[in-house]
Design a binder for this molecule. Structure first.
Ligand code: C2O
Ligand code: CU
Length: 475
């Protein structure tokens, strides 16, 4: 079982009981705090069941699921030396951060994956406040599913917590979905299951919140709390209900929204929602955080235990988060239009697509592990989908011609959702990952204000691995 040791081996105080040669080496080789990617175990199932061997991140001696929460104030720097103690190469992507391209971790596009035993210094500014996360970006379908993910919280410069109408405190909830055997081990040998990849992906049989099965969180009566919910699942879309807690949405993918009531917040893999909840008046009640599994079925992922003296921070109005000034607004009058045609998968397939420069029929594509394409190209790593001049507004029309929903993620930029099926989106939400339903057409716009090579891919990692990937260049 993963034990969290309070002893920091990288404390800057010299050699206090280095736990391994690797740790000693990492201390000697770099001045930055260490982020290790390593094999570990975690109690993902209830007590009494065997712990699960996982791959996980650590900043201290023992790795944890999820990885340690990294916190920084907006405008501040995150500095970590990644130390790869895994048996295969890895790299870390800082999901949703409008980051310096060289730090994006998108192997092999922005850096080579680090071989076993190698280190890499990540050092970057986080310009925008909000709820983000970090995860492996090499062989992600397998490495993220093994546990390589953690929260990255960028705090507002002026604190919002404690102000009238705001929450009194916050909780980060990392939702995950695991495919486990009865002995608790992760199901192996099906990582490149093309049947799953051509459908909804690798669906788990065990859900965790902060790496635990059914954790219980204490709330005081009438307490207002901010939840930072992150879906780090490999493929599972999570529709979340918080009945009886008057949930109000205050941010999506880190970006503040005008507070609004939400009955169900649907999170595609990689999406985040910040939600304010108000505990009820009466103590000694227990309220579930529910996952809607479809057809009217709900599964309880965690619960809130209402206990103790009332604290009455819940109020009529919800104080909005401070709005950003850091992200440039798209200029639609001079936008560069780029289509993103999504094709493939079971039930529809596609007649043909390019794979590494060769046109192939669907059958031949599947023999290479490919089942999906963007604009007729499966796994578009060789050439950019388009190029944009620095500062140009990009208007993308995403057309999902497949029978499955997808969570499309754009690296290094946040986009405005303009329309769905031709209808103007009432909220004009700003996100870094958008869920697009079967046969849906979604228009998004962003300013290409960050030079470099940026990936666009489906964040259902089984889809990404089987073709739903491309990139664009900003210069
Ligand atoms: Cu969350 Cu390409 O990444
Ligand atoms: Cu997809």
């Amino acid at each position: 079982m993963a034990m969290i040791s309070r002893r920091r081996f990288f404390s800057g105080l010299g050699a206090i009981g280095a736990s391994s040669l690797l740790a000693a080496h990492s201390r000697a080789s770099s001045q930055l705090p260490v982020l290790r990617a390593t094999a570990s175990t975690a109690q993902l199932t209830p007590k009494g069941y065997p712990p699960t061997p996982v791959w996980a991140f650590s900043t201290e001696d023992a790795a944890t699921i999820p990885g340690p929460e990294i916190r920084v104030k907006a405008g501040g720097r995150v500095t970590r030396t990644l130390f790869n103690e895994l048996p295969e190469p890895t790299a870390v992507h800082w999901h949703g951060i409008r980051i310096d391209n060289a730090m994006d971790g998108a192997a092999p596009l922005t850096q080579a994956a680090l071989p076993t035993g190698a280190t890499f210094d990540y050092d970057f500014v986080c310009p925008d406040p909000g709820t983000y996360w970090y995860h492996s970006h090499n062989r992600s379908r397998e490495q993220v599913a093994r546990g390589l993910a953690g929260p990255l919280i960028v705090e507002d410069v002026e604190p919002w917590l404690g102000l009238p109408g705001a929450a009194s405190r916050e909780l980060t909830l990392v939702l995950d979905d695991w495919l486990l055997n009865e002995d608790g081990s992760i199901v192996e040998g099906r990582w490149d299951d093309l049947h799953a990849a051509a459908h909804a992906g690798r669906m788990g049989n065990t859900a965790t919140v902060n790496g635990q099965p059914y954790p219980v969180f204490d709330l005081r009566p009438q307490e207002r709390v901010r939840l930072r919910i992150i879906n780090v699942a490999t493929d599972r879309i999570m529709p979340i209900n918080l009945p009886g807690l008057s949930p109000k949405l205050i941010a999506l993918d880190g970006h503040p929204v005008v507070p609004r009531d939400v009955e169900t917040v649907e999170l595609a893999p990689a999406q985040r929602a910040d939600i304010v909840i108000d505990a009820p008046v009466s103590a000694s009640t227990q309220i579930g955080l529910m996952l809607d599994t479809g057809r009217g079925n709900q599964v309880e992922l965690a619960s809130f235990n209402i206990e103790g003296e009332p604290i009455a921070t819940a109020q009529e109005t919800t104080r909005p988060l401070p709005s950003w000034t850091t992200r440039p607004r798209p200029d639609l009058s001079s936008a560069q239009k780029e289509p993103l045609l999504i094709e493939g998968g079971a039930m529809r397939g596609m007649t043909e697509a390019m794979y590494h420069g060769k046109t192939m029929g669907f059958r031949e594509l599947t023999s290479h592990g490919m089942a999906w394409a963007f604009n007729g190209v499966a796994h578009g790593i060789d050439d950019p989908m388009f190029e944009a001049r620095l500062g140009r507004t990009i208007l993308m029309e995403l057309s999902n011609r497949s029978a499955f929903p997808h969570g499309i993620h754009v690296h290094g930029h946040h986009f405005t959702i303009l329309t769905r099926n031709g209808v103007s989106d009432p909220h004009k939400d700003v996100r870094d990952t958008v869920l697009i339903g079967a046969d849906e057409v979604v228009e998004i716009a962003f300013v290409a204000d960050n030079p470099g090579k940026w990936m666009i891919h489906c964040h259902m990692l089984s889809h990404q691995a089987s073709g739903m990937m491309g990139w664009f260049k900003v210069a």
